[in-house]
Design a protein around this ligand. Structure first.
Ligand code: SF4
Length: 264
């Protein structure tokens, strides 16, 4: 960790990487996941910044959690992703569920989601939220970058106990090869395979899911997109692919510029 990644906040020193710069040193995303977990998780509680309903998925009650194990240059999440020690407050699984439910009832929507970071960080917390939130006629959409689900088969097995009517997973691919993965997420290239392994694990355990990809042509070259599609075919995923476009949020613009991408 270089000096530039040391930050002082409320008298404490944090050695935590923020957003990637042109000269960044690639990091191990599993190590970052563990480092992030130590900051954003306490007892059964996890940090969140806010709860409200959004129009995506036809209307969904969303909790915005703090912390991720990647540093995507196109990420729209606020600065809580880069400075998790500064943002959010701790919520218990019950408090998370109550917030999700209250907002869903108010807006008359039937879907829940955790977004804003990587929801699979801190399994104990997520499974407790799911125990509460996957009942009745509510659908919980779990959005994940697939890093943790790709390296922990048991985690995926535990997710398979929830009904397909109540839990759907969206795995979001960031790249189609090692080079693209490292350049756009900051993580060491060889870990690009983990989200594909997550897809295999989800198929094996017969879990309801679909795959998304940040394959905006401004970010992902055609040659890499082809590799991604081939890889998906190779592992047996032949269903719907939701291809995303990079939106110009303020944080996204700063992150793209810092990493040397002039695309927006
Ligand atoms: S885009 Fe998703 S996976 Fe990438 S850094 Fe942001 S929250 Fe994490």
């Amino acid at each position: 960790m270089d000096k530039k990644q040391e930050h002082k906040y409320q008298g404490r020193e944090y050695k935590y990487p923020s957003f990637i710069k042109k000269d960044f040193k690639p990091f191990n995303p599993i190590e970052l996941y563990k480092k992030t977990e130590k900051i954003v998780c306490r007892d059964s509680n996890r940090k969140y910044t806010k709860f409200y309903c959004t129009g995506v998925y036809g209307g969904i009650s969303t909790g915005y959690t703090v912390g991720c194990c990647l540093k995507c240059v196109f990420c729209w999440v606020n600065w809580s992703r880069d400075f998790p020690y500064k943002y959010g407050r701790f919520y218990s699984p019950k408090q998370v569920y109550e917030r999700l439910l209250k907002n869903a009832k108010f807006r008359r929507v039937k879907k829940f989601r955790i977004s804003g970071g990587e929801p699979t960080i801190y399994k104990e917390h997520l499974l407790k939220v799911l125990d509460l939130a996957t009942k009745g006629d509510y659908l919980f959409i779990l959005e994940s970058n697939g890093i943790i689900l790709g390296c922990d088969k048991n985690y995926v097995k535990e997710l398979s106990k929830y009904s397909k009517d109540n839990l759907h997973i969206r795995i979001s691919l960031k790249a189609g090869d090692e080079e693209g993965f490292q350049r756009r997420t900051g993580a060491i290239g060889e870990y690009y395979i983990l989200p594909f392994l997550a897809i295999q694990n989800l198929m094996k355990d017969n879990i309801s899911f679909h795959v998304a990809s940040m394959s905006d042509p401004k970010l992902m070259p055609n040659s890499e997109r082809k590799k991604m599609l081939n890889k998906l075919r190779e592992i047996g995923y032949l269903k719907y692919l939701e291809e995303e476009i990079c939106d110009p949020y303020n944080t996204t613009i700063v992150r793209l510029k810092a990493a040397g991408f002039n695309i927006l």
